[in-house]
Design a protein around this ligand. Structure first.
Ligand code: PNS
Length: 174
């Protein structure tokens, strides 16, 4: 008898990696690629229009989706689907048939925010699992907002983001 038959729990093959990705960083890419090693089917879900502080994004939803698709293709991860979403993450995950949400955790400072989101998502859909992947140490302090700030001041961000994003930032802030 398999473990699944013993517990009655369905195995999770499809997961969603959500985020604002404004823009995608090498830290995000690391989390997505490690998630792809763990699960056969990965969908990156790009949230519509507002960031954590309720402000608009630097890049449009279409631009953020396209940057991710290109960066993943360049890393040989074309089988990772990238889709935009509006509304609740739990609804999007259900529509996609995904069983879990995967997010990256950097320093302890991420923990409270992520715990709050995982708790909310659990209250909205207790069938949807929240899974956390620890960031590789070299990406621990990279964030989209730090990248935007450095790029807007005209500095090099090539150690923080994929090459196509370096170009996109150069256009945005030149
Ligand atoms: O990159 P971020 O800002 O950490 O991503 C946050 C995101 C997009 C995953 C989160 O804001 C989200 O899930 N937004 C969709 C709206 C929603 O479902 N809210 C309730 C749970 S927090």
């Amino acid at each position: 008898m398999s473990t699944t038959e013993q517990t009655g729990a369905a195995r999770i093959d499809h997961v969603v990696v959500p985020g604002t990705f404004d823009p995608v960083t090498l830290g995000h890419m690391d989390v997505i690629s490690r998630t792809r090693k763990l699960f056969p089917c990965v969908t990156v879900a790009v949230a519509a229009s507002v960031n954590k502080r309720g402000r608009g994004t630097a890049f449009t939803l279409e631009e953020r989706v396209e940057m991710l698709r290109q960066a993943l293709a360049e890393e040989g991860l074309s089988d990772v689907e990238v889709l935009p979403f509006t509304g609740l993450l739990v609804d999007f995950a259900r529509e996609q048939g995904a069983g879990a949400v995967v997010k990256g955790l950097r320093a302890m400072t991420d923990f409270e925010y992520e715990l709050q989101q995982a708790d909310l998502n659990y209250r909205l859909d207790s069938e949807l699992e929240s899974i956390f992947v620890m960031s590789a140490p070299q990406y621990g302090y990279i964030s989209s907002s730090v990248v935007r700030q450095i790029a807007s001041l005209g500095s090099d961000v090539s150690t923080f983001v994929p090459p196509n994003v370096v170009e996109a930032l150069r256009h945005r802030f030149s």
